[in-house]
Every structure is written in structure tokens, then in C-alpha cells.
Ligand binder design. Structure first.
Ligand SMILES: NC(=O)c1ccc[n+]([C@@H]2O[C@H](COP(=O)([O-])OP(=O)(O)OC[C@H]3O[C@@H](n4cnc5c(N)ncnc54)[C@H](O)[C@@H]3O)[C@@H](O)[C@H]2O)c1
Length: 181
């Protein structure tokens, strides 16, 4: 997928989904701006990109938590992600006249430091090993596997690509089928 002449601003690019998305966007030819409150990690991502390589594409990272996923960690988190989805719809309507597309990706369970922390807590709560907790977590996913960060990054790259030029205001699940909508 070719993204040359495109500029991507990735927040949270120091690790996890943000880092994987920054690397994937750079590999697809975009000029990537790396942003993270953890400066050393942001620098590490920028160094990893190596190559320097423009349009109006805003890609928000929401969550299936914002669509009613019952396994969400807490209600405030779900509410914040629902707000990201609403922001995506309204921003798409308002920015369309500037030829700016606005979409969201809604990850399901994705293997990052964030979900690792949740896994540890749930394993403790349920009194099982991490491996058993991971197995139980995957078992309820129709495709029987959690996401890797690169699964989210692939959707980010698609939404930034020419093929997605007429897609806006949408929030796409990448969740192995965990929730139906
Ligand atoms: N991991 C999952 O299972 C999962 C599922 C659904 C949605 N998400 C969403 O995906 C996004 C990334 O999650 P992750 O799992 O990669 O998390 P992570 O904790 O692994 O990485 C988050 C990165 O964002 C940076 N960061 C935090 N606050 C920031 C701020 N205000 N400005 C700039 N950078 C900031 C952190 O320093 C860190 O580098 C989050 O919005 C999360 O809610 C994750």
C-alpha cells in the first residue's frame, strides 16, 4: 500500500499500537510525526523508522468498549471511547468540505503493555496462571486469538491509503469477531 506524499501524526507512538502503526505507516511511505509523553520511547520509535519520507486523514483509536463490549475494564473508559466514536462522526461531517476524512479503529483485545496489565489483574482475581487467563481470554473470541498491535496497524494503514478516500465518519472493529457491530 503506497502512502508517499502523506504525513501521519501518531500519538502514543512510543509503544504498543501507536508504535506498530507508526512503523507500518512509515513502511508504506508516509512521513510520520511521532508523539508520546514518554520522550525516550518516542525517540526510539523515530529511530526505528529511519527513513524520511501529505492529505487529510484523521484516524482515531477508539475501542469496542465504546460500543458496549461487556468485558470492558470500566465504565469511564467505555464512556471515553464512546466519545471518540461520536467525535469521529461529527468531525467527519464538519471536515468533509476540507477533504479531510475522519475514521476510528475500535480494537478488541490487543497484546500490549496495557492489556498485559489487565491480564495480570484478572489472573490474580480469578486465581489462575497468566497462561490460563490468556487461554480463557482467547477462548471467547470467535477467531480464538487476541490482536497483535500489527492487526490494528494494518487497518490504520488502509484508512490512510488512497483506497479509503471515500470512507469517513466510520468506526471499524478489529476484534476477531468479539462484538458483532
Ligand atoms: N490494548 C488493547 O487491548 C486495546 C483495546 C482497545 C483499545 N485500545 C486503545 O488503543 C490505544 C493504545 O493502547 P495500547 O494498548 O497501545 O497502550 P500502551 O499503554 O501500550 O501504549 C500507550 C502509549 O501512549 C502514550 N501516551 C499515554 N498518554 C499520552 C498522551 N496524553 N499523549 C501522548 N502519548 C500518550 C504512552 O506513553 C504509551 O507509549 C489506547 O487509546 C487504548 O485505549 C487498546
Amino acid at each position: 500500500m503506497e502512502l508517499s506524499d502523506q504525513v501521519a501524526l501518531v500519538t502514543g507512538a512510543g509503544q504498543g499500537i501507536g508504535r506498530a502503526s507508526a512503523l507500518a505507516l512509515a513502511a508504506a511511505g508516509a512521513a510520520v510525526v511521532v508523539a508520546d509523553i514518554d520522550a525516550p520511547k518516542a525517540e526510539a520509535t523515530a529511530e526505528a523508522i529511519m527513513a524520511s519520507q501529505r492529505s487529510g486523514r484523521i484516524i482515531n483509536i477508539a475501542s469496542i468498549a465504546g460500543k458496549g463490549y461487556e468485558g470492558t475494564s470500566n465504565a469511564a473508559y467505555a464512556a471515553s471511547k464512546g466519545a471518540v466514536i461520536a467525535l469521529t462522526k461529527t468531525a467527519a461531517q464538519q471536515l468533509g468540505k476540507h477533504n479531510i476524512n475522519v475514521n476510528s479503529v475500535c480494537p478488541g483485545v490487543t497484546r500490549t503493555a496495557l492489556s498485559d496489565a489487565n491480564l495480570h489483574i484478572r489472573a490474580q482475581q480469578e486465581g489462575v496462571s497468566l497462561e490460563e487467563m490468556e487461554r480463557r481470554r482467547a477462548q471467547v473470541i470467535p477467531l480464538k486469538r487476541a490482536n497483535d498491535p500489527e492487526d490494528i496497524a494494518a487497518m490504520v494503514v488502509f484508512l490512510a491509503s488512497p483506497g479509503a478516500r471515500n470512507i469517513t465518519g466510520q468506526s471499524f472493529n478489529v476484534d476477531g469477531g468479539l462484538i458483532p457491530d
